[in-house]
Design a binder for this molecule. Structure first.
Ligand code: GDP
Ligand code: MG
Length: 167
């Protein structure tokens, strides 16, 4: 099995950190500053069962200026060109308008979508409320949800298995 997985999400949710951790290399620059990733970057993970080609994308947001428009266009192209979409959100905060905008964009796609709840390590006792906000965000869509930390690596094996199952 092999295929392309598009890592999609609003800025700063940890998309680049995730790709780097999954492929075990520092391919994408990660930063607390939004819009560090300006191009689609690829990383390859080879396991005994599959070859996963990850496509890290610039964060998607409602464009407010020309550079923003180019970045969002790139992400939209990436969504079309992959086999599976991994929508990454920051589960240490509740779902917001930025996530809703992307869910609306993705409602058009025919590819399988997996909802990845990142920053598990930063969740506290409010976790059930936060998780529920994401379940409600995608309500109606049959997208599997998986929780992980791109920083610590917790949950990433489950994520890998889920991705391979959807290729
Ligand atoms: P991107 O804009 O979605 O590519 O986000 P980055 O990968 O550049 O990460 C944005 C910030 O979030 C950086 O400061 C990362 O170190 C941090 N970050 C990413 N993943 C995690 C995580 O699982 N836990 C925590 N605590 N921080 C994370
Ligand atoms: Mg990035």
């Amino acid at each position: 099995k092999s295929g392309f997985i598009g890592i999609i999400g609003r800025p700063n949710v940890g998309k680049s950190t995730l790709m780097n951790h999954l492929v075990g290399q520092k391919i994408a620059i990660t930063s607390p500053v939004a819009q560090t990733t300006r191009n689609r970057l690829r990383g390859i993970l080879t396991t005994p069962e599959a070859q996963l080609i990850f496509v890290d994308t610039p964060g998607i947001h409602k464009p407010h200026h020309p550079l923003g428009e180019v970045l969002v266009k790139n992400a939209e192209i990436a969504i079309r060109a992959v086999d599976v979409v991994l929508l990454v959100v920051d589960s240490s905060v509740a779902a917001g308008g930025g996530d809703r905008y992307i869910v609306e964009l993705l409602s058009q796609t025919t590819h399988p979508v997996i909802l990845g709840l990142n920053k598990l390590d930063q969740q506290s006792e409010t976790a059930p409320t936060l998780d529920r906000s994401y379940a409600e965000l995608i309500a109606g869509a049959p997208w599997p949800m998986v929780k992980f930390s791109a920083l610590t690596g917790a949950g990433l094996e489950t994520l890998q298995t889920l991705l391979i199952d959807h290729l």
